[in-house]
Design a protein. Structure first.
Length: 328
């Protein structure tokens, strides 16, 4: 069985973009791959978060993974900070990547261009992400398009390490879903749906009131041409809604175009709002059960144990090769 690994930062509430671009595909992958899924809480330190909020977001995210259908018996689900080896390997790998490579990362460049105050963590975090990935020798790393570059850097670092110190890391491949990789803002469909968008009506949150979310679909920006056709370039609004529809239902876009060829935007949106409502309802019901007891802690303990076992072995190997270890 091929191995797959991915992580999500526990910053802010989980959006429909996170769900369709990351959580739902993981749930589908678990039948086919040996999955490692973790909550990247060390990464959330790159920008200030209220500790109380961080705790809540972390718990919610894990509960949502489970509510969406990840099975902790099959998937190693863990919290990054529970496996200390990540930070240690991140340090070694950070010493093997150049300032030039890190400053070419789009996410860093965007922040720099905006003139925001930037902590060193934002600059450095791709080396920690490389450690997260390389630690477990995954074949594939499913990510949204914005994270592809960081995965490629991890691969470059692995190649460098292997050629300098002999074969140690498997070379991972980023896996970007063709559909659903970039769900757009409902009010501004040329921009990615994100918690930090300008208009709250543009972003749907998984744990929000379901009627509010359905209304956001109904008021999504479209165009005046009136045809339900997938054409992201010229019809970004309706194409985005088609992407949401197809990722929620797994019905191919061509079938949807056919189904709605004689319908108006209003009817199409109403159907989509209902489909979304049903999905959210299912997840929220599960979520309420999961969040109650200490189930989450149990899942995390089990996940940390499995992940630590592999991480310890990998770090020991790395340290032997580096010459850090002097004991036999
Ligand atoms: P973030 O919320 O930016 O930390 O992203 C967490 C995960 O969700 C990453 O794998 C992202 O690529 C994915 N993701 C975030 N926003 C979207 C979106 N609008 N469409 C698809 N995937 C997304
Ligand atoms: N940096 C990723 C993000 O911001 C999260 C992440 C951290 C990750 N480590 C990872 C994703 C390893 C995939 C693999 O979304």
């Amino acid at each position: 069985m091929k191995r797959m690994l991915s992580g999500i930062k526990p910053t802010g509430s989980v959006t429909l973009g996170n769900y369709l671009g990351a959580i739902k595909p993981f749930v589908e992958y678990q039948d086919e791959y040996e999955m490692f899924v973790f909550v990247a809480n060390l990464h959330s330190m790159t920008i200030y978060v209220e500790p109380k909020e961080l705790r809540e977001n972390t718990k919610n995210l894990i509960a949502l993974y489970l509510a969406a259908g990840l099975d902790p018996e099959r998937v190693t689900l863990f919290l990054q900070s529970d496996v200390l080896e990540h930070a240690q390997l991140g340090w070694y790998l950070g010493c093997m990547v150049s300032m030039g490579e890190l400053s070419r990362m789009t996410q860093y460049k965007d922040k720099l261009a905006k003139g925001e105050s930037i902590g060193a963590g934002i600059f450095n975090y791709p080396s920690l992400m490389a450690a997260d990935i390389l630690m477990y020798d995954p074949d594939y790393v499913p990510v949204g398009i914005d994270q592809k570059q960081h995965c490629e850097l991890a691969r470059d670092i692995a190649i460098r390490f292997n050629s300098r110190y002999s074969d140690t890391f498997k070379l991972p491949e980023p896996l970007v879903p063709k559909i659903g990789a970039k769900i757009m803002d409902l009010q501004n469909p040329t921009k990615k749906m994100s918690k930090s968008g300008d208009n709250p009506k543009g972003c749907i949150y998984i744990l929000d009131d379901i009627n509010v979310s359905k209304k956001k679909i109904m008021s999504a920006v479209t165009d005046t041409d009136g045809k339900i056709v997938y054409d992201p370039e010229n019809k970004p609004g309706i194409s985005n809604l088609l992407e949401i529809y197809t990722t929620l239902t797994n019905i191919p876009i061509s079938e949807l175009e056919d189904k709605y060829k004689d319908s108006g935007y209003g009817d199409f949106k109403k159907d989509l709002a209902n489909i979304l409502g049903e999905s959210l309802e299912k997840i929220q019901t599960q979520y309420k059960e999961i969040i109650k007891g200490d189930y989450i802690t149990k899942v995390l303990d089990q996940g940390a144990q499995k992940a630590s076992f592999l991480a310890k072995k990998k770090l020991a190997k790395v340290e032997r090769k580096l010459g850090i270890t002097i004991r036999k």
